[in-house]
Design a protein around this ligand. Structure first.
Ligand code: PEP
Length: 254
């Protein structure tokens, strides 16, 4: 972490928790993180629980995020949710390009780019996910893949847009698998992403953008990962479903 960037810890609840279960989880988290000020805390419940969770987190230190957003304002897009729909529920962040969306639902960098822009146009900060698969890492393609994803997903963003955007580096082989990237290896990719931002924007912009690490972050490994100079937070899946454990990760960022 770097003191010029406010750490951001986000919980991706994936397709877990009914609305009633989500209320119980966020209430428990609220108690655990009472008084935590120096870390931005975000929870991303399923769409069906956003309204209920929104009511619980109003005026507190937990912000609401969505797990995706469509690029159109409205229309015949069955199963999709638009940015204005999210904004009305006080959603402040939206994950875009999560590896599960890319792998299981065929999302592409071009689509991720459109989703990110729609979020930004509605004052929702995108959390843009990038990361290589195990096969790509083993073939030595990590840098090429990450470069392509970063460039494609962020194409056409202004400097101001970039400052509102968060990047999550999530190696696919470490996401939902229990395997974590060794901190030095994660740092290497984070540094590469920052260099890409310098090239695409400029040094002052790149210095301000927050880059989260994601991939089996747990209370036991959070401190070391967050201790790396270019790791500015975490996107947490499984471990965010336990209020106490997630709070421990959040406190490791203080
Ligand atoms: C994620 O879903 O973004 C994630 C990183 O999952 P996990 O923490 O379970 O690996």
């Amino acid at each position: 972490m770097n003191s010029n960037r406010r750490p951001i810890i986000a919980g991706n609840w994936k397709m877990y928790k009914t609305a009633a279960e989500a209320i119980a989880l966020v209430k428990a988290l609220k108690r655990e993180v009472e008084g935590v000020k120096d870390v931005e805390i975000v929870v991303c419940p399923p769409f069906t629980a956003l309204s209920a969770v929104s009511a619980v987190v109003q005026n507190g230190n937990i912000k609401l995020g969505a797990q995706n957003v469509h690029w159109e304002k409205e229309g015949a897009f069955t199963g999709e949710i638009s940015a204005p729909m999210l904004k009305e529920l006080f959603v402040r962040y939206a994950i875009v390009g999560h590896s599960e969306r890319r792998q299981l639902f065929g999302e592409t960098d071009a689509g991720v780019n459109k989703r990110a822009k729609a979020a930004l146009a509605n004052e929702i900060r995108p959390i843009v996910c990038v990361g290589e698969t195990l096969a790509q890492r083993e073939k030595g393609q990590t840098k090429t893949v990450v470069r392509e994803q970063v460039t494609g997903s962020l194409a056409g963003l202004s400097k101001d847009d970039m400052l509102e955007t968060v990047i999550a580096y999530e190696p696919v082989w470490a996401t939902g698998t229990g395997k974590t990237a060794p901190p030095a290896q994660a740092q290497e990719v984070h540094a590469l992403i920052r260099e890409l931002l310098v090239a695409a924007f400029d040094q002052p912009t790149a210095d301000k953008v927050r880059i989260q690490y994601g991939g089996s972050v747990k209370p036991a490994n959070a401190k070391e990962l967050l201790g790396q100079p270019d790791i500015d937070g975490a996107l947490v899946g499984g471990a965010s479903l336990d209020a106490r454990g997630f709070a421990e990760i959040i406190k490791a960022a203080v």
